[in-house]
Ligand binder design. Structure first.
Ligand code: ZN
Ligand code: ZN
Length: 183
């Protein structure tokens, strides 16, 4: 995913707006390969801050993920902020190196004076990983699976006799019982 910097790099203070779209290979997350449901779209502003370019914008795309409750794959819409700093390798001084190390070195990227484009794909992937959902659900109303027979309860009731007590309340009930037993 390439950003044209040929004009913006000419003068300090210049900015440029970029709108990019690219199909990414599946994302590697926690040993899983997460496929994208659509191309990755990035809208950003590039600002020339002297010895570095500051890229700020947002990422829009969608993943195909299994629902954490019913396990059915669904399309998860993603919107994530993007902030990347690209340092000019040919203008790095000792002082700015020390300053760079003081910040987190992970999100530091570099370009050369003569570069007309920079590839931001790695930075975009890292921003997506940081904002990856921990417990994605296909819908807030998702009923999940029956704990007894494993049926998808969104497709109707299975007939199992499940306790209707909220599991959190069930735990409270147990604690009370244990206290009584100790007396
Ligand atoms: Zn679900
Ligand atoms: Zn069941």
């Amino acid at each position: 995913m390439k950003v044209y910097i040929g004009d913006v790099k000419k003068e300090v203070g210049l900015t440029s707006q970029e709108s990019l779209s690219k199909t990414f290979p599946p994302l590697s997350f926690g040993g899983e390969k997460i496929p994208f449901a659509q191309p990755v779209q990035v809208d950003l502003t590039v600002t020339n801050c002297g010895s570095e370019l500051w890229l700020e914008g947002k990422i829009k795309t969608a993943f195909i993920l299994p629902c954490s409750r019913c396990l059915e794959p669904f399309i998860y819409q993603v919107e994530a902020p993007l902030k990347l700093e690209y340092r000019n390798l040919d203008r790095i001084t000792r002082a700015s190196d020390i300053e760079a190390e003081a910040k987190s070195a992970d999100d530091m990227y570099y370009y050369h004076e003569e570069d007309a484009v920079i590839d931001i794909q790695r930075g975009v992937v890292e921003a997506l990983l940081i904002h990856f959902p921990m417990k994605p659900v296909c819908s807030e109303e998702c009923q999940g699976l029956c704990p007894i027979c494993g049926a998808n309860l969104n497709q109707g009731q299975c007939g199992c006799k499940r306790s209707t007590i909220d599991p959190r309340l069930a735990i409270l009930g147990k604690i009370d019982l244990e206290k009584k037993l100790k007396k």
